[in-house]
Design a binder for this molecule. Sequence first.
Ligand SMILES: [Zn+2]
Length: 86
Amino acid sequence: MKFMKMCPKCGSNDILTVDGYCGAYGVGDNIMVGMTIFSAVPVDRYVCCSCGYSEEWIRREDMEKVRNYKRAHRDTGSRLLTDDRR
Ligand SMILES: [Zn+2]
């Protein structure tokens, strides 16, 4: 969707891009990878105006921040068995 400029659900090309931003106290479309605004990663959103489908994308330059985020993990399928914090 980000690259094709076409909705994968309905085929419409009426796609809006909503830029992620990082406001005070973590408001906005972002992932907080730390305690301060300086560690917030904006999430850009692509919305189909035809059917309402939306996608969220992290910018490539922010990928390393997310990779180092302690709550980020690869879903191995075993988390439900080993993680009792939730
Ligand atoms: Zn659509």
